[in-house]
Design a protein. Structure first.
Length: 208
């Protein structure tokens, strides 16, 4: 058993999540309070700091954060009892557990959703320099970003994610919804999300 997360530690995590959220909001990827970010704070049992639900993601404060368990539910000993997690925290927790991610980014960015509409069996990307940003090769390597149908049931979404999980592909598109990307920390997760958005936009524009 690891140490409980203190209120101070949670607020520090919330400040980091707020700073990252502001960057995504500035890109127009977290419109109308959509999207959420999470940061792994403990492994055993799993504990994630997740951005609070219903807040403008360009104006989050360090206090706008919730501590959730491995199912994405607010932990009983919640340091921030006034905040509630998004239902989507359940998929963050599943991704953190299955992929071993240190941070998960979920944004409602348009191009991956458009790409999923065109390629519902997965978005294929190859022979592009930006693939290196996702830890892949720029030549002779094909990354297929999985697409799963949208659902309000996080267990169903999590099962679909896990069924198609490839450790070498740190991204998932939820059709008609948005994008999940993960990494060892928030910076890597954002860099990967930025590169993936470029790759998918290229594919949409080039592959008419
Ligand atoms: Zn969403």
């Amino acid at each position: 058993m690891s140490e409980p997360v203190s209120p101070e530690e949670l607020v520090t995590a919330g400040e980091r999540l707020a700073a990252e959220s502001a960057r995504f909001a500035a890109l127009g990827w977290m419109r109308g309070t959509s999207g959420n970010l999470s940061l792994r704070l403990r492994d055993d049992p799993l504990r994630l700091a997740v951005t609070a639900s219903g807040r403008d993601k360009g104006e989050l404060r360090g206090e706008d954060v919730v501590l959730v368990d491995g199912a994405g539910a607010a932990v009983p000993e919640q340091p921030n009892p006034d905040q509630r997690p998004s239902a989507e925290a359940g998929l963050h927790a599943r991704i953190a557990a299955v992929a071993g991610a240190g941070a998960v980014v979920h944004v409602h960015v348009l191009s991956p959703v458009l790409a999923a509409e065109r390629w519902p069996d997965g978005v294929r990307l190859r022979d592009l320099e930006m693939l290196k940003g996702l830890g892949r090769s720029a030549h002779d390597d094909e990354m297929v970003v999985p697409v799963v149908p949208n659902s309000q049931d996080m267990r169903e979404l999590g099962d679909a994610f896990e069924a198609g999980f490839d450790p070498a592909t740190p991204a998932l598109i939820v059709a008609r919804h948005g994008l999940y990307v993960w990494g060892r920390d928030l910076a890597q997760a954002r860099h990967r999300a930025e590169c993936l958005e470029w790759l998918v936009s290229f594919r949409l524009a080039a592959d008419r």
